[in-house]
Ligand binder design. Structure first.
Ligand code: ADP
Ligand code: ZN
Ligand code: ZN
Length: 877
């Protein structure tokens, strides 16, 4: 007898004393409840073990079921889906039988299954949730007896008729042989016209026509004459009243053949098969099934249902590019990577993990491309992670252009069908390179050999535990990629101009091999040889001095002067503001009350164009207050400056400059990022005002000035990473200037010019920043010097929230004792209300654990519903 250990896709709430084949029916309760918000809470240790159950395999499934298979199995009174974790020849308990396979092939590769199991353990999450990360959405939905989303089948149409098909109406309708004739509707009128057309030169008599066309009466002839289609001369002989061409068209319409004309024209022009929906689009919808069936019936076209790939890159063409010769600096870096990473197929256990620390524009992407080329040459495949694909169309184009037909993308903008198709095709080995955000890590490439993480420092690589929604594994793609590289024997390359402290520290400790690319490249392979650009000079402007000099504008005198100089030179500028909306908050001048979101308590932002106040936390909109709700005063004031306001203010100082705004408000539509980017790079605007988004890897040669309006925003948030974030942001934004031989300048406006973060960013001094920052983390026991786990509780009732948080803190203390840990080996902060203490009507409390291995404590806890477990949190806000 064979048994399968199965992770059932059912959230289970209860704790069971022992591992059962399945829980008694009355113990089962779906978990979490549909409406619950804290459903992010990783189910506890109980779930991690209890979600696996033993089932026996019926004889007909033996030998068919493999680890990674999705199956249907009985569970209490229900049938549920489950993932086969492993097979064994014994089971610890009595078992029921697996019912059937839900899909013919395993849905996870062995490496993926191992990775999922590791993730569930590392992130203290339910195994089913970890496994589901590897599957396209919709796959598990119930559809009949199988699994949900399917391949798309569509009719494909191809012309198979003669290439010299005579024109419509040209033939003898009663000839019988030709395909047209079979389709043509035969009426007395159509027969008459056809006959006269064919015998126009001999001017047939009415009798002759009646005879030849089997007309019972002359009325058809008379009608055609009356309508001016035929002419009858004095002797009663018939001829065409219209030109031959027009007569043919009239005949075609009388025969009902004109309906086919656009279809046939499109099909013949295509010179190959066309999908029915594409044909319909080309013919203004005139590709109805009955028309197609008619044509197929007379063997003019073939109609066949085929699987259609819903291609996320459909309709895009990428110019094929060749690898340039590397610069000396790139050659050195590439050789270092190649020697360690690609010498031979990586032996299991060998590590080839690299960190490329290279300034923006130093040529890192070219190294990634070389690494991919080498990987493909060895018959293996690559995953390339980029922070936010909508913001990096240029990057996608570079990969797709270098390896035509072998690259596909995964991102959140894809439809369920597209995602499923990409997953399926990747699994079948039809693509060798997958580009996408963190979830692209889960692409089922069968021969993975390389993982690249571009802009490694980006916070978006971590699944955000603060997010609304039902993500239950708050994983960090960088950590998971490391594990995946080890499991699959792949090379791992991280790249950044501003590496995360974690990555840089790993490099310092030798876990990653550090390679440096300190110089920005502007030209290579030209007559001038390799040309490097200086990093742009950065000027720090002390905004306190501006006030003292009586400049109350948000633009310092220096920034104004630079802006004018840039515009005069016909160049472009980027103004960066870490904030959107017109103003940041709305306050009563008399009592100081601030307009806040009733669900989140966070101050509301005034959006002038929308005419509303918006909560940037939950997006709820509020009317603009005319009276203070606290004291009824009419003296309401708007404070702060957002992107919209900046736009207006520029209008005042540089009225002729063409402006463009790039922030979350202007980029809601599909493809809007790409459009803004393209329009700006086509110089359709002189100044781009934007938030974080513009800090991403854009390559805009005409941009010679970057202005940071207020560098301090974010610097003083009570989060141990606020300094690191600000440094990264300032460095990245500054990196947008001077990407060409024109050079560039950066102006950073700040109220804290002496702060080490600002100073280091202005000096492009990563090492200096790192030295200060790591020291600060060491002093306070923050990551990466200690590990951290965050427990967050969500609850609508304020008292309950606090009580539950306190109860959890007691449990934590009890477990520390139970595990025999020294109390001083763990630091516990909390329970305290989270920084964003209210969110969408929920109160949020948190407990932070830091130490050498806080996860061990978390694993030992019983975690009630409503809690979220965040291992290695990227923020403690
Ligand atoms: P990064 O990824 O570090 O920002 P890129 O790889 O995008 O840098 O390189 C910056 C610019 O230099 C790009 O325009 C790129 O096309 C160009 N470039 C990079 N390497 C070479 C090379 N070896 N020869 C010519 N141009 C290069
Ligand atoms: Zn008031
Ligand atoms: Zn809100």
């Amino acid at each position: 007898m064979m048994y399968a250990e199965i992770v059932v896709n059912v959230p289970i709430r209860r704790t069971f004393a022992s591992r059962l084949a399945e829980p008694p029916v009355e113990e089962m309760e779906p978990w979490p409840p549909e409406s619950a918000p804290g459903n992010g809470a990783a189910e506890n240790r109980a779930a991690s073990t209890l979600q696996t159950f033993h089932y026996s395999l019926p004889p007909q499934l033996e030998g068919q079921v493999r680890p990674g298979h999705l199956v249907w199995a009985p569970f209490g009174a229900r049938e549920v889906q489950g993932f086969v974790l492993r097979l064994s020849d014994h089971a610890p308990v009595a078992t029921r039988e697996v019912l059937r396979l839900a899909r013919p092939d395993p849905v996870l590769t062995p490496v993926q299954l191992e990775l999922a199991t590791w993730m569930a353990d590392y992130y203290v999450a339910a195994p089913a949730e970890a496994i589901k990360l590897f599957l396209p959405p919709g796959l598990l939905e119930k559809e009949g007896q199988g699994a949900g989303v399917r391949a798309k089948r569509e009719l494909q149409v191809e012309w198979i008729g003669p290439s010299n098909l005579p024109d419509l109406g040209a033939g003898e309708p009663d000839g019988g042989q030709d395909n047209w004739a079979e389709l043509a509707r035969s009426t007395p009128g159509s027969r008459t016209l056809a006959y006269v057309l064919a015998h126009a030169d001999s001017r047939p008599s009415v009798d002759e026509v009646r005879d030849a066309c089997a007309l019972k009466s002359p009325s058809a002839v008379n009608t055609l004459v009356e309508k001016g289609v035929l002419r009858q001369d004095a002797e009663g002989r018939l001829s065409l009243a219209q030109s031959r061409e027009e007569s043919r068209a009239i005949l075609a319409s009388m025969q009902g053949l004109d309906r086919y004309q656009p279809l046939i024209a499109a099909l013949r022009a295509a010179g190959g098969p066309l999908w029915k929906s594409d044909l319909a689009a080309q013919t203004d919808g005139g590709a109805g099934l009955s028309l197609l069936r008619d044509l197929a019936a007379v063997n003019l076209i073939s109609l066949e249902e085929r699987t259609r790939f819903r291609d996320p890159l459909a309709g895009r063409t990428y110019a094929h590019t060749k690898a340039p010769t590397l610069t000396d600096e790139q050659t050195a870096v590439w050789q270092a990577i190649r020697a360690r990473g690609f010498g031979s197929r990586l032996r299991a256990g060998a590590r080839a993990h690299f960190l490329i620390h290279g300034v923006t524009g130093s040529g890192k992407t070219e190294i990634y491309l070389h690494a991919i080329g080498e990987t493909l040459a060895q018959g293996r495949q690559a995953i390339v992670l980029v922070p936010e694909i909508a913001l990096t169309p240029q990057t996608v184009a570079r990969f797709a252009g270098r390896f035509p037909g072998r690259v596909t993308v995964i991102h959140s903008g894809l439809s369920t069908g597209e995602r499923y198709d990409v997953w399926r095709k990747v699994r079948e080995g039809e693509f060798d390179v997958v580009v996408g955000p963190r979830s692209a890590l889960f692409a089922p490439l069968p021969r993975l050999g390389l993982i690249v993480i571009d802009e490694e420092h980006e916070p978006s690589y971590k699944q955000n535990a603060e997010e609304w929604g039902s993500h239950t594994v708050f994983y960090d793609a960088r950590r998971v990629a490391e594990r995946l590289a080890d499991l699959s024997g792949s090379v791992l390359i991280l790249g950044s101009a501003t590496p995360s402290l974690e990555a840089y520290q790993s490099a310092q400790r030798g876990r990653l091999t550090l390679v440096q690319m300190p110089r920005r490249l502007v030209g290579h392979g030209t007559q001038e040889g390799t040309v490097y650009a200086e990093l742009p000079p950065v000027e720090i402007v002390d905004m306190r001095q501006e006030l003292r000099a009586d400049n109350r504008s948000v633009f310092s005198r220096s920034l104004q002067a630079e802006l004018h100089a840039t515009l005069d030179a016909g160049e472009q500028a980027i103004l960066f503001l870490n904030r959107r909306g017109t103003n940041t908050f709305v306050m009563c001048r008399d009592c100081g009350a601030v307009a806040r979101c009733t669900r989140c308590d966070s101050p509301l932002t005034y959006h002038e164009r929308a005419g509303t106040l918006i909560c940037h936390h939950c997006n709820r909109k509020y009317p603009i207050p005319t009276l203070c709700p606290e004291c009824n005063s009419k003296r309401i004031k708007y404070f702060g400056t957002g992107t919209q306001r900046i736009e207006e203010l520029i209008g005042e100082i540089a009225p002729r400059a063409r402006l463009m705004r790039w922030d979350a408000d202007t980029t809601t539509g599909k493809g809007s990022h790409e459009q803004i980017l393209e329009r700006f790079s086509n110089h359709e605007a002189d100044i781009l005002v934007g938030t974080q988004m513009i800090a991403k890897g854009l390559d805009l040669p005409l941009v010679t000035l970057v202005g940071v309006i207020a560098a301090d925003v974010g610097l003083f948030l009570p989060d141990f990473r606020s300094g690191e974030r600000t440094f990264q942001l300032l460095t990245q934004v500054a990196g947008r200037a001077g990407r060409s031989a024109r050079g560039g300048r950066v102006v950073i406006q700040t109220y804290s010019p002496e702060h080490y973060v600002i100073q280091a960013a202005a000096a492009h001094d990563y090492a200096g920043f790192y030295a200060r920052e790591i020291e600060y983390r060491r002093e306070l026991g923050y990551p990466p010097l200690q590990r951290m786990a965050k427990l967050v509780y969500w609850e609508k009732n304020a008292e309950k929230a606090q009580a539950m948080a306190e109860r959890m803190a007691q449990q934590v203390q009890a477990q520390i004792t139970a595990l025999g840990l020294r109390p001083e080996s763990v630091t516990i902060v909390g329970p305290v209300p989270a920084y964003f203490a209210r969110y969408r009507g929920y109160y949020r409390w948190q407990i932070l654990l830091s130490g050498d291995d806080p996860s061990a404590i978390v694993r030992s806890l019983t975690i009630p519903f409503g809690w979220r477990v965040d291992i290695d949190p990227v923020s403690v806000l």
